[in-house]
Design a protein around this ligand. Sequence first.
Ligand code: ADP
Ligand code: F6P
Length: 324
Amino acid sequence: MAKSVKTIGVLTSGGDAPGMNAAIRGVVRTAIHQGLKVKGIMRGYAGLLQEEIVDMDSTSVSDIIHRGGTILYTARCMEFTTPEGQEQGAEICRKHGIDGIVVIGGDGSFRGAGKLAALGINTIGVPGTIDLDIACTDYTIGFDTAVNTAMEAIDKIRDTSTSHERCSIIEVMGRNAGYIALWCGIANGAEDILLPERYDGDEQALINRVIENRKRGKKHNIIINAEGIGHSASMARRIEAATGIETRATILGHMQRGGTPTCKDRVYASIMGSKAALLLAEGKSNRLVAYKNGDYVDFDIQEALNMKKDIQEDQYEIAKMLVR
Ligand code: ADP
Ligand code: F6P
């Protein structure tokens, strides 16, 4: 049964993602428009347990839409994975008069959100992660900025790789998912794309393709490797030893998570944040805001967490076709 809320909290949890600030702004301004009070919970669930809770008004979110990172900071918190930690979190919400929460984060954060909902705090999740690895949604906040940042960096590496007629392995983030690698692979016209979802570990085949490409006159050889596979430095050494072609590894790392959010991330994050606050204002709980088949929708948190997601095979096949 719908339970009305008067005061809501908002937190960011897990890895930060460009666009999280736009989502926070969407939550805060929409909630105020709906006549709700808003509190910011600093440093995710860790800050909740430490009662790092601040009042927010419309001006608290001024001048942030274009900024990367999260003004609320973020953290990972083991204590909140325990039933005692969750009960304490719900108790702290009640103590501060918080009867609804928007959790902006990834799958782990939503597990926590589901627990809070079960303990009577109305909870709505908003997908914020550069990894795009949340099954119920075609879009996650930060992915667009991250792939654009990575793409630009890879273009630069390509210039020097061509000049030196080298092979380059470039490792991109994504945890166990290969979406960033696949998108960069296509956008940067990479010679090879190694995805955790598809890589069979056949390094000899990879080496053979490097040799073949050089015979066909390719000056560079860009291999995009997903962090879920890793080992880029040792792979580079083995490729160089086997092919005689100078090979360098670059791990792009956390640069992919920072920077000013793209237009897409600002707009989608603003709308998702706003939708989350509207769901709370309607008395909804235990829902995840998602973008599916061109529409903003919402799912039951547990159903969403049970969904599975995989790289689209046709996209992977096309990516492979375009490098030949
Ligand atoms: P993400 O949300 O990006 O997937 P994590 O997996 O690190 O990032 O999760 C973020 C936080 O969510 C964790 O540090 C923890 O506080 C909370 N969390 C993760 N899993 C659970 C769980 N099973 N139950 C409750 N809280 C969880
Ligand atoms: O989930 C986002 C992400 O950047 C992943 O791509 C990566 O595996 C992880 O977070 C890195 O986490 P940390 O910043 O804690 O090293």
